[in-house]
Design a protein around this ligand. Structure first.
Ligand SMILES: Cc1cc2nc3c(=O)[nH]c(=O)nc-3n(C[C@H](O)[C@H](O)[C@H](O)COP(=O)(O)OP(=O)(O)OC[C@H]3O[C@@H](n4cnc5c(N)ncnc54)[C@H](O)[C@@H]3O)c2cc1C
Length: 420
């Protein structure tokens, strides 16, 4: 029985379009299972984006896996697939390929070499060893299905295949010439595509004067996103204030919500709590008690000095101004009302989000091929037998922490045939 299967696979021709992490994974797995695999990549080299990941170190998976780590509709889609091939399988697979794991920051996995290039080399080697034919600098002109066969016309040849795996990723970090042609192929096969938008990116805000005065400040904070006045998303962590607005991991985490809402013309606001852990300060006092006590001790000083030691100086001065106070003003003249106003600026300043960063500055895309038309246990199209999808072009996006690459390994392994 096993031999028959192998013979059947040996006769099977599979074409993979896209040589990113998802396409390389699918191609290597399919070839290891005995198929004759051709991978088409439009760039000069495969896996260019892998080199950019994790600041060149490649955060390739994460030990922690909960449904909240992925955004997909229906929610169960990603988790069903991840149950077949999850982080443990990834670590094992990469170990087999010679990548020794290094766990940092409570669950974030990197190659021990500290180089994203190691991961790319391992994948390329897996493809080469298993006999994948890799064609780079290859422009796909069109794809179609005639009977049981897929026809893929490129700028140099006409290929036919029994199965077609689309793994064309997204425009994020892909350079100026990138487009969504791959999603166009999916649409040509009748698939619904949810408009891709940048995610895991920074956000520009309308309050230019404030942000220019606090640019460069990093602070532990909580961000709550409001859409048309209603709370919609929330994240906490190290916030980076920039001359144009908000950046840092918590901002990245909520940026997909902002991007989708802005694309629909909705009003997006970010409320920042600059003292999220300070309901009670280490001294046992509330922030309000701290303000009262400090006011009584430093009455003769300026308001600028008043906040010395609680918040970064530029941030404190910016918040004073947002509360209608002058840094050079006298602390002893501060009224209870003004203290309340200062407190609400520290704990709940609201900023108007006017846009998110573009694809060039984003780490992933939200949107893509509608998951309701894909079987999560095979990655096969529910509309076109023999058509498969892998990676970021599927409407699944993960939070920061190695989850997007994990999605590429998961969907690539499944599409490549690990479970068939
Ligand atoms: C700066 C940056 C840092 C990141 N860091 C991390 C991280 O540390 N951890 C993490 O989990 N994720 C990270 N990501 C996200 C991760 O890189 C992506 O989720 C992942 O690369 C998606 O892989 P993919 O194979 O689906 O698509 P891609 O990587 O986009 O690859 C798709 C490939 O298909 C090719 N292609 C496209 N269209 C065609 C066509 N028509 N014909 C032929 N070829 C085509 C493209 O040239 C490309 O090589 C980061 C992303 C960026 C931009």
């Amino acid at each position: 029985m096993a031999d028959d299967m192998h013979t059947a696979r040996g006769n099977m021709r599979i074409c993979v379009i896209g040589g990113g992490p998802a396409g390389l994974t699918a191609a290597a797995r399919a070839a290891e299972k005995g198929a004759t695999v051709t991978l088409l990549e439009r760039g000069e080299r495969v896996g260019r984006k892998i080199l950019q990941t994790g600041n060149g170190k490649c955060n390739y998976t994460n030990r922690v896996l909960t449904p909240e780590c992925y955004h997909a509709a229906p929610e169960s889609f990603a988790m069903k697939a991840l149950a077949l091939f999850g982080p443990k399988d990834t670590i094992r697979r990469f170990r087999e390929l010679g990548i020794e794991p290094l766990e940092l920051r409570d669950g974030y996995f990197y190659p021990h070499s500290g180089q994203a290039a190691s991961v790319l080399n391992a994948l390329r080697q897996a493809c080469e060893t298993s006999g994948v034919r890799m064609i780079t600098a290859c422009e796909v002109r069109n794809v179609m299905k005639r009977g049981d066969q897929f026809r893929i016309r490129t700028d140099r040849e006409l290929l036919t295949a029994d199965r077609l795996i689309l793994a064309t990723g997204s425009r994020t970090g892909a350079g100026k010439d990138a487009d969504d042609a791959g999603l166009g192929y999916a649409e040509a096969f009748g698939h619904r595509v949810i408009r891709p938008l940048p995610a895991l990116c920074s956000m520009a805000c309308a309050e230019k004067e404030f942000f220019q005065s606090v640019a460069g400040v990093r602070v532990l904070a909580e961000i709550t996103l409001f859409l048309d006045g209603r709370e919609a998303d929330r994240a906490a962590g190290e916030l980076q204030l920039t001359a144009y607005g908000l950046s840092g991991i918590p901002v990245f985490q909520v940026s997909r919500t902002a991007a989708r809402a802005l694309s629909l013309g909705r009003k997006v606001e970010a409320r920042i709590d600059f003292l999220p852990d300070a309901e009670t300060l280490a001294s046992g006092k509330t922030v309000r008690e701290w303000l009262d006590e400090r006011a009584s001790r430093t009455g003769a000083g300026t308001l600028e000095l008043f906040g010395n030691g609680l918040l970064n100086k530029n941030l404190w001065n910016g918040l004073l101004k947002r509360s209608g106070l002058k840094p050079g003003g006298k602390t002893k003249e501060l009224t209870d009302e003004q203290k309340d106003s200062l407190l609400s600026s520290m704990r709940g300043s609201r900023f108007r989000v006017i846009r998110t960063a573009g694809f060039d500055q984003a780490q992933t895309a939200t949107g893509g091929v509608d998951t309701r038309e894909i079987d999560p246990l095979t990655m096969e199209s529910r509309l076109v037998p023999g058509l498969y999808f892998a990676g970021e072009m599927i409407d699944v996006d993960g939070i920061c922490g190695g989850y997007n690459l994990q999605w590429c390994w998961t969907s690539g392994e499944i599409a490549g045939g690990l479970f068939r």
